[in-house]
Design a protein around this ligand. Structure first.
Ligand SMILES: NC(=O)c1ccc[n+]([C@@H]2O[C@H](COP(=O)([O-])OP(=O)(O)OC[C@H]3O[C@@H](n4cnc5c(N)ncnc54)[C@H](O)[C@@H]3O)[C@@H](O)[C@H]2O)c1
Ligand SMILES: [Fe+2]
Length: 399
């Protein structure tokens, strides 16, 4: 009965999704392409902009040239740099205040998924001044234009530069949830690989597996389309071909460029075809314990894929073929196992742990409740899971 309700809900979402005003960001791509952004901002009629970023980006001086170029174009700016990983409602409120008191006309999101999502939160509040972030939780609660948003990703993972989602944490309830609305898709995205060459190796690895998780969860879900499957396949291939190289040899510009593209493709795939239980569990661990999103996904992904069992053998076997980790003579289930093993091996080579060590036993019922609330009925997962399944999974990943 419950399963039928979930599947019908997903069916309705799948059909109505066709009528949504989907946009893709206009891409500004290539080495040093960031230098083109100030002119683009100016051409959009933006003379004063808010920049949303974080302390880590400021500390490594990643924005310096860009700020200089903004000055040359006579674009005024005000910087909000207090965004935390797993950005909070407080971050959004503070940045919004800066936007308003300085009469800004657009927003530059400069950083990983956290600053980009924080900037989207500001955009949502500007589009809907009477609604709180909490009231915009879930699907299609914004439905109004926000000011121009220019996303400059500096990690190759979340794909937030391509997606309709902003994932926000409420520091009071420790809940982490998504606002999903096509009006939050950035208007411009800068894919400049020079911005990621200095990314520390542990962030390269975990954010890269976040992108892999987007590609895989959208590929095995039931709302994928021919187009999203192709984006997923392209992303999976690029990630297996480039992530380890980017991790070990961060200066390899080609590997960085390919990872940036992979994250973007994976974002394009999941913004239409959704994610699944891996993300639902990762979000609840991010909200409760501040566990970095990519790390959480990297640990959880193989467990959930294994647990899905036969329901994912066919799509995972296809991905095993894409990556080239199996023999043509292998059976479908052998191929699927080999794909899961390839993810485990990649994690291990990048020294990503296989268990989460911050889960507190007494929190488990709440973690389960929140993960299920996020995933069911919305995510078109290959197999509907229940409390006891999540209990099994969380116990398995807990150190
Ligand atoms: N909106 C979406 O579609 C979407 C999708 C997946 C994840 N997310 C969210 O994105 C957030 C995670 O984003 P993230 O994984 O990109 O990490 P992040 O933005 O939290 O950044 C992690 C750390 O890396 C540092 N950093 C970023 N770029 C750097 C660089 N080039 N050089 C040196 N340091 C750098 C930052 O300062 C920060 O300390 C989570 O909240 C997650 O839920 C959003
Ligand atoms: Fe993610």
């Amino acid at each position: 009965m419950y399963k039928m309700y979930c599947r019908s809900y997903q069916g309705i979402m799948r059909m109505s999704s066709r009528f949504l005003p989907w946009r893709e960001p206009e891409l500004i791509e290539g080495e040093n392409s960031l230098s083109k952004l100030p002119k683009v901002i100016k051409n959009q009629g933006v003379n004063r902009t808010l920049i949303v970023t974080d302390k880590g980006i400021i500390a490594v001086g990643l924005m310096n040239d860009f700020l200089e170029n903004l000055r040359s174009e006579e674009i005024e700016f005000v910087i909000y740099d207090k965004t935390v990983p797993n950005p909070t409602i407080d971050n959004i409120d503070e940045a919004l205040q800066l936007y308003k008191t300085n009469d800004c006309q657009g927003i530059v999101a400069f950083g990983g998924g956290s600053p980009i999502d924080c900037a989207k939160g500001v955009g949502a509040r500007l589009a809907r001044p009477k609604k709180t972030i909490n009231q915009m939780k879930g699907v299609l609660k914004v439905l109004k234009k926000m000011p121009p948003l220019f996303a400059v990703p500096t990690t190759a993972g979340t794909g937030s530069e391509a997606t309709l989602a902003a994932v926000i944490s409420d520091s009071r309830t420790l809940e982490k949830y998504a606002i999903m609305d096509t009006s939050l898709i950035p208007h411009f995205a800068v894919l400049d690989p020079t911005l990621t060459v200095g990314l520390p190796s542990h962030i390269t690895s975990t954010t890269g597996i976040d992108a892999l998780t987007h590609a895989v969860e959208s590929y095995i879900g039931r709302s994928n389309t021919k187009e999203t499957r192709q984006w997923s396949v392209d992303a999976v291939k690029l990630i297996f071909d480039n992530l380890y190289e980017a991790y070990t040899n961060g200066e390899n510009m080609n590997a960085r460029k390919n990872m940036q593209k992979a994250a973007y493709y994976a974002g394009m795939a999941f913004t239409r075809a959704y994610v699944g239980y891996v993300h639902a569990i990762a979000h609840t661990l991010g909200g409760s314990y501040g566990l970095p999103h990519g790390l959480a996904n990297a640990i959880i992904l193989p467990y959930v894929l294994e647990y899905y069992g036969e329901s994912v053998h066919k799509p995972l076997a296809e991905l095993a073929d894409v990556v080239g980790v199996c023999e043509p003579s292998d059976s479908t289930s052998q191929k699927a196992s080999k794909f899961i093993k390839a993810i485990r091996d990649l994690n291990e080579r990048m020294e990503i742990p296989s268990k989460v060590n911050c889960i507190i036993e007494r929190d488990i019922p709440l973690l389960i409740e929140r993960a299920l609330k996020e995933a069911n009925p919305l995510y078109p997962v290959p197999k509907i899971l229940y409390k006891e399944d999540l209990l099994h999974l969380i116990k398995a990943i807990k150190a």
